[in-house]
Design a protein around this ligand. Structure first.
Ligand SMILES: *Cc1c(COP(=O)(O)O)cnc(C)c1O
Length: 224
């Protein structure tokens, strides 16, 4: 292994205050890297491709909590529904309904986050704040008994401008409070704010993140 996964992991964990958990983003990295992090005690890993994830799930320890962090096509939901711990990037009612349907088939409840589009970049997926308000006020989601909406997820713009990143994350932070007060005030499980990646997780921690998703800083550059 040409990367000090254990040392890097310890360093990232050392940067995180109580209450902020690490999702180690292992996409495109081989099992031995994941096993090294696992040996250090890391249990939450994030992947963004269904097939790659399936192969890893089959060969790696069963007590890993897998988060699906990528854009999820509805026709792929059935493959991950039996085991996925959290789907982080739900950006439509259609996807939410499909996750509910497949979770029901598997006799379980799947935890999800709603993905916000706040970044100025156009390529990113996610719900605009107004889309998200609309989805929640429509109320159809209330009938879905096999998904649990646990919070919000977002990616800040990939820029060097720390103030822009902070602004976007604070927008997400405030929006979380709005949604929490309006729809989830009595739901303890609605508590997750997933923001922060390798280049911006220290800012995310300052902006109320409860879950950072860090890949490159732990595992090195991805080989696509
Ligand atoms: C790949 C990815 C990450 C991790 O990115 P790094 O820069 O490697 O830390 C986090 N979140 C999402 C949604 C990703 O796709």
């Amino acid at each position: 292994m040409d990367y000090d996964v254990k040392g890097n992991l310890r360093r990232v964990l050392g940067d995180l205050p109580e209450g902020v958990r690490l999702v180690a983003i292992s996409k495109y990295h081989p099992n031995e890297y994941i096993e090294a992090a696992y040996a250090e005690g890391q249990r939450i890993f994030g992947e963004s491709h269904e097939q790659e994830l399936r192969q890893k799930v089959e060969t790696l320890p069963k007590d890993i909590e897998w988060h699906f962090i990528g854009h999820l096509q509805t026709n792929k939901v059935k493959y991950i529904a039996p085991y996925i711990s959290m789907v982080e990037a739900v950006d439509s009612l259609k996807l939410l309904k499909e996750i509910d349907k497949q979770a029901k088939k598997n006799n379980r409840t799947i935890r999800v986050l709603l993905e916000l589009h706040i970044a100025e970049e156009e390529t990113k997926y996610g719900l605009t704040l107004d889309d998200c308000r609309q989805l929640l006020s429509d109320g159809e989601w209330r009938a879905l008994e096999h998904v649990q909406i646990c919070g919000l997820m977002m990616m800040a713009s990939y820029v060097d401008d720390q103030e822009q990143i902070r602004r976007e994350m604070m927008t997400a932070r405030q929006f979380f409070d709005e949604v929490k007060a309006q729809y989830f005030a009595d739901c303890d499980y609605f508590c997750e704010r997933s923001w922060g990646m390798s280049h911006d997780y220290p800012i995310a921690v300052e902006c109320g993140s409860t879950m950072v998703r860090v890949g490159t800083t732990i595992f090195g550059p991805r080989v696509y």
